[in-house]
Design a protein around this ligand. Sequence first.
Ligand SMILES: NC(=O)c1ccc[n+]([C@@H]2O[C@H](COP(=O)([O-])OP(=O)(O)OC[C@H]3O[C@@H](n4cnc5c(N)ncnc54)[C@H](OP(=O)(O)O)[C@@H]3O)[C@@H](O)[C@H]2O)c1
Length: 336
Amino acid sequence: MKAAVLHGINEAYQFQDFEKPVIAADEVLIKVQHAAMNHRDVWIQKGQYAGLKFPIICGSDACGMVEEVGANVTQDLLGVEVIINPSMNWGNNPRTQSKDYVILGLPHHGTFAEYVKIPARLVFAKPAHLKSEEAAALPLAGLTAFRALIGRAKAKAGEKVLITGIGGGVALMAAQFAQLAGCEVYVTSGNEEKLNLAKAIGLKGGANYKTVDWHKALAKEVGGFDVIIDGAGGSDFAKLIDLCNAGGRIAVYGATAGIWNAGAPAKVFWKQIDILGSTMGTDEQFEEMLAFVSQHKMRPIVANIFPLQQCEEAAKFMSEGKQFGKIVLEMNQKLN
Ligand SMILES: NC(=O)c1ccc[n+]([C@@H]2O[C@H](COP(=O)([O-])OP(=O)(O)OC[C@H]3O[C@@H](n4cnc5c(N)ncnc54)[C@H](OP(=O)(O)O)[C@@H]3O)[C@@H](O)[C@H]2O)c1
């Protein structure tokens, strides 16, 4: 089969022939139609991810057709258009993942290929209202956003929510979920055009984190926030604590901008702020997220679609932060 393969740190994604996966009794083989890229696939390429191994086919998200089922799997799945829950072996504790927890696409080969194999229990029918590329965009970012916003921060209708770095795949998904949950949603971005796009999809407003004292301008406009969803970290984290209302919650799922400079602890304890770490989610949360998406007919926003041959260009596009939403790879163009 054809695949986009990483052979080492800081090497380009190589479009090449690769061994087709052989399924076990409890697995299915999926012919991938679309796969989506996550920042994880860029961190792995840059060597900034735990448990690296090469060669590796990255990619955690896909929408495709079940082409083969293992001996212990129902034949009813054959020919069904499905998406994958890439959150593997969470375990029994809803608070935290087990020591066997892994995400599809490292250490197991992932979805940047014509075929991927996966345990049948992690496969779900594509939500009927979504196109294949939208469905492919959903799993990893959707689960991360849903657990952070609903599972951890427990955002409620009427609350003021701030989502940082709205161009990002998880951030935009979190903003859409918050909007559908009845929250008042504000965002930050380093790009004025993306702030305008956020307003165009009905979000309330926001601030450019590249401007001086952006948080003061936002505080003046909005007051404070009940919930903040942050995937950036970095030196601006102290500003998020300033912007958080008393009794508010800050859910943290990423560190795109690096380590915290969190400022005065007194602001956290005097305002009784909860700082909540969040990673992916449980099997139940994946199903809750899918139900929410189907109930609200929510459509993930796809920024760009690249053919699999251009996986390296897609990774550069993400690395440069050019996207507004998810970057998707398409397989069904002629692969030669
Ligand atoms: N814990 C988990 O389970 C989990 C799951 C998924 C992702 N993550 C992590 O979450 C982060 C986002 O992932 P993703 O796949 O959504 O990435 P992505 O699509 O590449 O989005 C990254 C976004 O970060 C924003 N950004 C960059 N510098 C920023 C800053 N200084 N302040 C605020 N925002 C900034 C940019 O937004 P603008 O373009 O709008 O400026 C950019 O679009 C990554 O670090 C990733 O590793 C963690």
